[in-house]
Design a protein around this ligand. Structure first.
Ligand code: FAD
Length: 386
């Protein structure tokens, strides 16, 4: 059965996040972005709206919704601002979901209610300074069991939500041994913020996502109880591959929002801006540019809806998630470039959102798997490098 109309509950959620983004985020985010300040107040409000708990069962403090609902919220936030959207995306898909999917009952009870309420954020530490794409091969962070504790040593790079004043816990992927086939055994360990031996470096100076939080983390004899292991020992690799498959659909939704935001801003601007005796929107050259932008945003949306539909139906969705991420990030980059052009000199000024969109679009081709990785995944699913 083919259907593209959102049912009532999804549409209600979409509208409420659209209103929140327009009324609460849009008026303040430009200043926060310029100052590189984390949007604590917005995050607290998103928490009160239940956005962090959207795909989590009510018994753990969630809203009892699903991952599609989360992605709808991300698209609407992405239409207005990507720093806020990525804070939610990383907080849920990288922070909450691994605990929800793989945590013990005690871990879920301990962390999920506070994470779902937005009172606390979780981060996911996978990438290292030596490599993000070949992360399993490049992983140097090690954890060893000693007197009932995991002792962790190593460094993680570019970790979102890892150094805010409300960061509560970081899921850290570490090598915990060697498997029978001589490959590294990777496991995930929960490290609460403030654990002695964990150092959060000062935040990076970034090209975009300036109001989001990203840090390097170092672990030097960082000791946590043995029961902080997330899921089974040696399952870390499988856990992060599954987490990233889902996360790609979420990033694709965010990217679609950015692409659509470029259309929203451009349509309003060309109606208002005048040249040669009338609004610039009457020039077919600009109309075509905006029509192409709308087509890209539309295709990106269909792509992530399809991937999400397969995910929710319990069907394989790896290829569709990779296509959605690739399509969405391409649309975001192309639309950000075109929207900036439509705005002319004002597109280069920070007071207009399109300049922010331009700076924020690039990372979408890099984070949670680069565009090259998405192409590798698609080719592999086609059996090309089996
Ligand atoms: C702002 C920001 C936030 C982030 N948040 C997080 C986070 O919360 N948690 C986390 O764990 N990580 C996070 N990351 C890391 C991100 O996922 C990595 O940067 C990304 O996966 C790429 O890894 P890399 O930077 O090491 O690049 P590399 O792996 O060094 O890649 C460099 C280039 O080589 C290409 N390449 C590599 N291998 C191949 C190949 N086999 N074939 C073709 N091309 C290839 C890549 O596509 C890329 O173009 C974040 C990064 C940024 C910038």
């Amino acid at each position: 059965m083919i259907g593209f109309r959102l049912d009532e509950e999804y549409e209600e959620l979409r509208k409420s996040v659209e209103g929140f983004a327009r009324e609460t985020v849009a008026p303040v985010i430009g200043d926060l972005y310029e100052r590189g300040e984390f949007p604590y107040d917005i995050v607290a409000r998103m928490g009160r709206m239940g956005l962090f708990g959207l795909p989590v069962a009510e018994e753990y403090g969630g809203m009892g919704g699903d991952y599609f609902a989360l992605c709808l919220a991300l698209e609407e936030l992405g239409r207005v601002d990507s720093s806020v959207a990525i804070t939610l995306e990383a907080g849920v898909s990288l922070g909450i979901m691994p605990i929800y999917r793989y945590g013990t009952e005690a871990q879920k009870r301990e962390w999920l209610p506070r994470l779902c309420s937005g009172e606390m954020l979780a981060a996911f530490g996978l990438t290292e300074p030596g490599g993000g794409t070949d992360v399993a091969g490049a992983m140097r962070t090690k954890a060893r069991l000693e007197d009932g504790s995991w002792v962790i040593d190593g460094t993680k790079a570019f970790i979102t939500n890892s150094g805010t004043g409300i960061t509560g816990v970081i899921a850290v992927a570490a090598v915990t041994g060697t498997k029978d086939d001589s490959k590294p055994e990777i496991s995930t360990i929960l490290v609460p913020s403030g654990t002695p031996g964990l150092t959060v470096a000062k935040k990076y100076s970034k090209v975009g996502w300036s109001a989001s939080d990203t840090h390097e983390l170092s672990f030097d004899g960082c000791r946590v109880p043995e029961e902080n292991l997330l899921g089974e020992r040696g399952r870390g690799y499988a856990q992060f591959l599954a987490t990233l498959d889902e996360g790609r659909v979420a990033v694709a939704a965010l990217a679609t929002g950015l692409a659509q935001g470029c259309v929203d801003e451009s349509v309003a601007y060309v109606r208002d801006r005048r040249a040669f005796g009338g609004p610039i929107g009457r020039f077919q050259g600009l109309q075509f540019k905006i029509a192409d932008m709308e087509a890209r945003a539309h295709n990106a949306r269909l792509s992530w809806y399809h991937a999400a539909a397969r995910m929710l139906a319990g069907e394989p969705f790896k290829k569709e998630a990779a296509i959605a991420k690739l399509t969405g990030s391409d649309a975001a980059m192309d639309n950000a470039r075109d929207a900036t052009q439509v705005f002319g000199g004002y597109g280069f000024m920070n007071e207009f959102p399109v300049g922010r969109f331009y700076r924020d679009a690039k990372i979408l081709e890099i984070g949670e798997g680069t565009s090259e990785v998405q192409r590798m995944l698609i080719a592999r699913e086609l059996g090309l490098n089996a």
